[in-house]
Design a protein around this ligand. Structure first.
Ligand SMILES: Nc1ncnc2c1ncn2[C@@H]1O[C@H](COP(=O)(O)OP(=O)(O)OP(=O)(O)O)[C@@H](O)[C@H]1O
Ligand SMILES: [Mg+2]
Length: 268
């Protein structure tokens, strides 16, 4: 199994008021378990603050869980050291929502894209440029952007650069955390189609986090619904069997009827 999440919980110590002694625990992720295999794209939807990004950070080893564990290829991710940790950092990538702060404003795009290659591969300068040009072409980006700085790119172009940077490392597992929410509908479709092509091309496992149930429905075989830190429902999108039981899921899909394939899903 590529990624296995076992009984994962994360508690944050929080202040309940401005009085120092008054503090409590916030359970951001509560007893979550699931698996993701190669070539599998799983959606994670839920309202703002339900714990999607916290769960993503736990899976990427950015934060430690309070309870439970995450395994990558059968091994606990917190047991990795040295070469194993490097391999995990190369093989498991995350792309965040904010396109501007995830790119260094003082670096030209070409240098931003060279950085992961410098860190993880032994390649000549020509090989690096060839690899970068190939991925830029795959992402439908113009070669001209390579000499630019992030501020000179549109949000959609920056997000595709982010995706390219993650994919240059040839990851096995990718988390996309709200990567389309700041984009206009046309650019959303471009980015979604790119992700879809890449997944079938690279045999990756993907966790696609979004508020947008129609985008998730377009991409994912399974959709996990998160509510107040828990996975309350898993929807089978492959066989189009939409047996929805949790009240929150009903509320979520009522704005975009999940059985209506015409609603904003005509992009594929
Ligand atoms: N470092 C932290 N300390 C205390 N509380 C935190 C911390 N990080 C997150 N939280 C809380 O945990 C909960 C889950 O936050 P999280 O960012 O995971 O939600 P989300 O589902 O990603 O929301 P959104 O859709 O708005 O991105 C929130 O109530 C948040 O305030
Ligand atoms: Mg979030």
């Amino acid at each position: 199994m590529l990624i296995e999440v076992n009984n994962l919980s994360k508690l944050y110590r929080t202040k309940l008021s401005l009085v120092k002694s008054e503090s409590g625990n916030k359970r951001a992720v509560n007893n979550v378990s699931f698996t993701i295999d190669n070539n599998e794209i799983i959606g994670l939807v839920g309202e703002s603050g339900c714990g999607k990004s916290t769960l993503s950070r736990l899976i990427m080893r950015i934060e430690k869980p309070t309870v439970g564990n995450v395994s990558y290829r059968g091994r606990d991710i917190w047991s990795f050291k040295g070469d194993d940790l490097n391999k995990f950092r190369k093989s498991c990538q995350i792309i965040f929502q904010d396109t501007l702060t995830s790119l260094n404003p003082n670096m030209k795009i070409v240098d931003t894209l060279k950085e992961p290659l410098n860190n993880h591969f032994k390649m000549s300068e020509e090989e690096k440029i060839k690899k970068i040009q190939d991925i830029i072409f795959f992402a439908n980006l113009n070669k001209g952007i390579l000499a630019n700085y992030p501020a000179n790119l549109s949000g959609g172009e920056r997000q595709r650069v982010n995706i390219c940077r993650a994919l240059l490392l040839e990851p096995e597992f990718l988390i996309c955390d709200e990567i389309i929410s700041s984009l206009d509908v046309y650019t959303q479709a471009v980015v979604l189609n790119m992700i879809k092509r890449l997944i079938s091309h690279n045999n990756m496992g993907v966790l696609f986090v979004s508020h947008d149930i129609s985008a998730v429905k377009y991409l994912c075989s399974k959709i996990m619904v998160m509510y107040k830190g828990e996975i309350v429902e898993v929807i089978d999108n492959k066989n189009k069997e939409y047996k929805i039981s949790h009240p929150y899921t009903k509320k979520l899909v009522s704005s975009v009827p999940i059985n209506n394939p015409n609603k904003r899903l005509a992009m594929g």
